[in-house]
Write a protein of this length. Structure first.
Length: 256
């Protein structure tokens, strides 16, 4: 069931930060690596409009969640899948009243070759034969959301067993994208938004939605973080400036 959006108090908090301007504020955000291009734009606009600096740490959601579990200071966490947010909620490390499903994404097969032809991703796709002796770039398939979704999709299509020995695992989705962009791996599985941000790869096809769980990015305030600056930033993420930036990068915005 979808989570409710942040209460209107968050919008008031944003207005208060923008109006004060009396002293420099900072919000510390831990965000999935796949959000970097959009978040760089959003945080720049946020600083312009509010005077508050958003310091963002980008990595795989698993690494970020574990850092928070270990006591790393953060105000906001945005995960690329619900599982790692669930883990922090179970640990009592987030304010669950602020949790909201922010974004959606899709999964694509990419190629380094700009002349590669599109394919239909079905159980009949000869992916192992397409790879030959080369590797398939993916994020960590047991820990990082992009890799988890990718393995699930290949498994549901009956393709995983044949390609598993050929998978080159990277620390996060952007690192897997880099393997494809440099040609170290001729093919890869990444988020559509990552492929959109990298001119060095060609999208061959999109994995069917039913081949993996919905790709959802939940956001929430860390319980021990600065509640005022966190609520203000979360409100901004649900506003028109952030929505436009996310949509330009190919995300689906889930909040109203």
């Amino acid at each position: 069931m979808p989570r409710p959006s942040l209460p209107s108090l968050a919008a008031l908090a944003l207005a208060a930060v923008a109006a004060s301007g009396a002293r420099a504020e900072q919000v510390t955000v831990f965000a999935a690596a796949s959000m970097k291009t959009a978040m760089d734009e959003i945080t720049a606009r946020y600083a312009e409009e509010t005077g508050t600096t958003a310091r963002v740490s980008f990595a795989g959601s698993s690494a970020l969640a574990r850092q928070i579990q270990a006591g790393a200071p953060a105000d906001v966490f945005i995960s690329a899948n619900p599982g790692w947010m669930d883990a922090l909620e179970s640990d009592g490390l987030i304010d669950d009243a602020t949790r909201t499903d922010l974004l959606g994404n899709s999964l694509v097969l990419i190629a380094h070759d700009p002349k590669a032809h599109p394919v239909e991703i079905t159980p009949d796709l000869p992916l192992a034969e397409m790879l030959g002796e080369s590797h398939l770039a993916m994020a960590l398939v047991e820990a990082v959301p992009a890799g988890i979704y990718g393995k699930a999709a290949l498994g549901s299509l009956g393709l995983w067993d044949a390609v598993a020995p050929k998978v080159a695992q990277a620390d996060n989705g952007r690192a897997a994208l880099a393997l494809g962009a440099t040609g170290e791996a001729p093919l890869g599985i990444v988020y559509a938004t990552d492929a959109h941000a990298e001119p060095g790869v060609t999208v061959l096809g999109t994995f069917p939605e039913g081949s993996h769980a919905p790709i959802t990015y939940p956001a929430a305030r860390i319980r021990d973080g600065d509640s005022a600056v966190a609520d203000a930033f979360l409100a901004f993420l649900q506003g028109p400036v952030a929505r436009a930036a996310f949509e330009r990068q190919g995300f689906t915005v889930l909040t109203e």
